[in-house]
Design a protein around this ligand. Structure first.
Ligand code: DON
Length: 315
């Protein structure tokens, strides 16, 4: 078989698998609900469903609503953690944030006081992610956020990425739980500097607008241990990419991380905007989108797509 013919067969095979994954996931969507605790997210259409896949050679495959924009939400915690480690070094970051999964919901406050350890358990829950944001360097909110946004653009290989102003506003107006987490951590010395400024970075970061293709690219960079699948540039150190993937396995799907690891077995990170970003080490990045969420805040259609792909592609 000549190379052209072989490539054509691969493209057809992938198209078929992605379409099957969408068909498989669709019936589950009506068991979920879009997030409403941030009112602007409640406007999302629950029937949307999309997939993008980028392999470690930079080849792209996509089906469904793969080009539909949505907010990155908690998936951003992976990229922000990489950036904070690049700014401060691993030792400094993990003096302030732990490495253990909690089994609690993403915005839980209980362990900040209940356990004799004031630092948040890990950087994937809200408390840990807010603490991580407090370590991003810059003299002002604007500088810190713009540095972080530039890093997102670089990782996603997409210079047009911005944050969604109405989701940000909604997030900011209703972010009382996040404020309480941040003020608690300020009181216990985990957060240095101005709490409101840190929260401002966090609210904007969660509102960054992306598509399945952008998060598939984040996954592909992580799958390739920090190297761009497009131009070979080392975007983040190997060690940092490996560490992020480990957190994705242990804490990426919150209190569903154990079940997800058994059923899917791929390092993944969800967000209440409906996205799931996955990194299959050495193989590919996957971005899925479906705003109907299960009761743990993970995309219900996205989880089903991941189950299907993991099984069919033996991930
Ligand atoms: O902090 C929040 O409430 C959101 N902006 C992000 C949370 C999130 O995406 C949780 N993920 N499943």
């Amino acid at each position: 078989m000549d190379l052209h013919n072989f490539e054509y067969k691969v493209i057809n095979f992938m198209k078929q698998i992605l379409m099957e994954a969408l068909e498989y996931a669709k019936p589950y969507i009506n068991q979920g609900k879009v997030a409403t605790y941030i009112p602007e997210l409640g406007k999302m259409d629950p029937s949307k469903l999309g997939i993008a896949l980028i392999n470690c050679d930079g080849k792209r495959f996509a089906e469904g609503d793969f080009d539909f924009p949505f907010t990155i939400q908690s998936i951003s915690k992976t990229v922000a953690l990489a950036f904070a480690i690049m700014d401060n070094g691993k030792n400094y970051v993990f003096e302030k944030v732990g490495m253990e999964p909690t089994g609690d919901s993403f915005n839980s406050i209980i362990r900040l006081e209940a356990i004799n350890q004031s630092k948040p358990f890990n950087p994937m829950i809200n408390a840990g992610a807010i603490a991580v944001d407090s370590m991003i360097l810059g003299d002002s909110v604007e500088e810190r956020f713009q540095r972080l946004l530039s890093f997102f653009k670089k990782v996603c290989h997409n210079e047009s990425i911005q944050y969604n102003k109405s989701v940000y506003k909604s997030e900011r107006e209703t972010g009382h739980r996040n404020r309480s987490l941040a003020h608690f951590m300020k009181d216990s010395g985990v957060i240095d500097g101005d709490v409101d400024e840190v929260l401002e970075v966090y609210f904007r970061q969660c509102s960054i607008e992306i598509t399945c293709q952008d998060i598939a690219m984040i996954g592909a960079v992580l799958a390739k241990n920090g190297m761009s699948p497009i131009n070979g540039e080392q975007i983040m150190p190997r060690e940092v990419a490996k560490l992020i993937k480990t957190f994705m396995v242990t804490c990426g799907m919150y209190d569903a991380s154990g079940e997800f690891a058994i059923k899917v077995g791929v390092p993944s990170k969800s967000g209440v905007g409906g996205g799931i970003m996955a990194a299959v080490p050495g193989k590919m990045g996957i971005g899925v989108f479906g705003p109907a969420l299960d009761n743990k805040g993970n995309s219900i259609g996205g989880t089903k797509i991941m189950e299907y792909l993991s099984h069919k592609l033996d991930l």
